[in-house]
Design a protein. Structure first.
Length: 232
């Protein structure tokens, strides 16, 4: 873990409260200057960090930039943390997830991007993915599901249930397209893909791509709830 990541983790764990420089130095094992550089780097990335003499640094309560360190704070099953990758930008989280399955280079099961440049939705339509939304893909392997097959409608129902729990708003699911609406406004699109043997038709893995654009919701908490909703 880099100094930047270590400092962010501590600040996220103490969000809304000041953390002294001495504690950051002790827990990261780096110099005061290295901590200062890490804080400035985080600020340059958009993190709202207040500093005060004799009190240290404070990550503002309403700062909600997507990060592995922030997601960790909301995960009940901490073992899932090693299966998550967070990127500033990707062409498509589904595309990256599929490459993970094909190459087997990493064992990451959740791919998250703060923005996508070539996101795709239902019917292969372009899915615009600006900063501020939630864009992730979750890999589910058939071997972990026994004989049960994953249905697109079940994916939509699970996502809708999580969104309802996190927003307190009633959702409406279009079962034909797996689009999710709140008060008639689309808030989520889902694209489910799979790998199958051409000869036997046996499915080996599923890729669940979810895009959500919602205001007034904690993105990191929503992501943690989605991950546990699909992988636990």
């Amino acid at each position: 873990m880099s100094t930047r990541e270590s400092v962010l983790k501590i600040l996220e764990q103490n969000k809304g409260d000041f953390v002294s420089s001495s504690i950051l130095i002790e827990e990261t094992g780096v110099s005061r200057n290295a901590v200062w550089k890490a804080v400035n780097d985080l600020r340059a990335s958009g993190y709202q960090i207040e500093s005060m003499t004799n009190r240290g640094y404070k990550l503002e309560e309403d700062c909600d930039i997507i990060s592995l360190q922030a997601i960790e704070g909301y995960l009940k099953n901490k073992k899932l943390l090693d299966k998550i990758s967070v990127f500033d930008e990707l062409e498509s989280t589904n595309m990256t997830a599929k490459m993970n399955v094909i190459t087997g280079i990493t064992d990451k099961r959740v791919i998250i991007a703060r923005t996508q440049t070539a996101g795709v939705g239902h019917g292969r339509k372009k899915y615009t993915s600006p900063e501020g939304g939630v864009y992730l893909s979750i890999i589910k392997y058939a071997k972990d599901m026994g004989r049960k097959k994953l249905k697109a409608s079940d994916v939509g129902k699970t996502a809708a249930k999580v969104i309802e729990a996190e927003t307190g708003e009633k959702t409406e699911l279009d079962v034909k397209t797996n689009r999710i609406y709140i008060n008639g406004k689309k808030v989520s699109g889902i694209l489910t893909e799979y790998f199958a043997d051409l000869e036997t038709g046996e499915i080996s893995s599923y890729i669940i791509g979810i895009g959500i654009r919602l205001k007034h919701v904690e993105k990191n908490r929503l992501i943690a709830a989605l991950i546990e909703g699909f992988l636990c």
